[in-house]
Every structure is written in structure tokens, then in C-alpha cells.
Design a protein around this ligand. Sequence first.
Ligand code: SIN
Ligand code: FE2
Length: 216
Amino acid sequence: MLDLFADAEPWEEPLAPGAVILRRFALASDSALMAAIADVATHAPFRQMVTPGGYTMSVAMTNCGPLGWTTDQRGYLYSPNDPLTGHRWPPLPVAFTTLCHRAAIAAGYADFQPDACLINRYGVGAKLSLHQDKDEADLRAPIVSVSLGLPAVFQFGGMKRNDPLQRLLLEHGDVVVWGGASRLFYHGIQPLKPGEHPLTGEYRYNLTFRQAAKSE
Ligand code: SIN
Ligand code: FE2
């Protein structure tokens, strides 16, 4: 099939104050990103974490970078070690840091220095309920979120859980950046619909870059 948009330049869609969708921004590096995900997963395997409330998350997760987001009985935390292996999380792949840096600049966040990257893998039906990213020590840094593979519906609300939601389809290569006034806005992912993607098969992957530790 002829894809008229295959060679299109990325374009920007404003989302909220401080938030923007960089459509197809990661498309040109998709193979390098997928190879890096596979490499990370050989050292720190995907696993379904259990929330403090005892609920097994439908999304499979792993991390790379100095800190990784995990759960234990007490709550959500950033840890330098993978609780599954006892080892440090794998370092941030160069393909990740390069893309994240470029995306942050394009979104107006010039000196974003992530120390954590959560990698989410969604199989059919997997979802992420509405939540705020608020486990990070310094909320001045934005969130950079990269979508790869099957499309999913992203919900983006406001400061309150029951604020009205925008629903946006995130497709392969899209990058969402939110910070500033929208840094703590509620967001989530609706259950993944079945499908087959040439690069990711039956999955959607999401990379979420954060600055988790306090900067000096
Ligand atoms: C997240 O909120 O951590 C992930 C969002 C996404 O999968 O796009
Ligand atoms: Fe999130």
C-alpha cells in the first residue's frame, strides 16, 4: 500500500499549556529504538508489577538509566537497582538520550536531563488508568513520552481526576512532552486494541523519560 505520509516531516500539535504532541518525531529512529529496547530487556526483563494495593498491572514494564520506577508493598519508588535481578538498571541507550534531548528542545524544554526511562509494553487489552506522574523529586522537569508500534488512545485531563479528558490517538513515532503548567495533569491509556505492527508485532511500546532525582 502506498503510504502518502511515510516521508512526511514531523509536525506539532499543541495539547495544553506546557504540553505538545510531536507527531512522528521518533519515526526516523524507530529501528534503533526497538533494538535498544530489546537489548535493555535482555538485562532487565519486562515484568508485570504489583501495585501496593495488590493489583497486577496489565502493562509489562522495565527501566533503564540511573533510576528505575518500581513498586513494592509500601508504594511506588525510584530505585537504582532492579528488584528482579538485584543489579543496576541498564544504562540509557544513546538512541534514547539523543531522541529525548531533541524532543525536549523541540517542545521548549532546553535543558532536560533524564535520569530514568520507564519502558511500558502493552499487549492486547493492557491499559493504564488515569494517574499523575508525581513520584519525581523535581517537578520543574518535563515528561517526554515516546510511542512505538500499535496505536493507543491517550487520555489527557487536568489537575483534578474528574477534569474533562482529551482523547488522542497516539501512533507509531509520536512523542508527547508535558511540563510546566501541565506537568501534573492526569493522563492514561485506554485498553489496547488487537493488531499487528511491522516493527513491534502485537505490542505497543512507550518510553517515558523523567528526571526522578532532585537536581542540584
Ligand atoms: C505513562 O503514563 O507512564 C505512559 C503513557 C503511555 O503509555 O503513552
Ligand atoms: Fe504517566
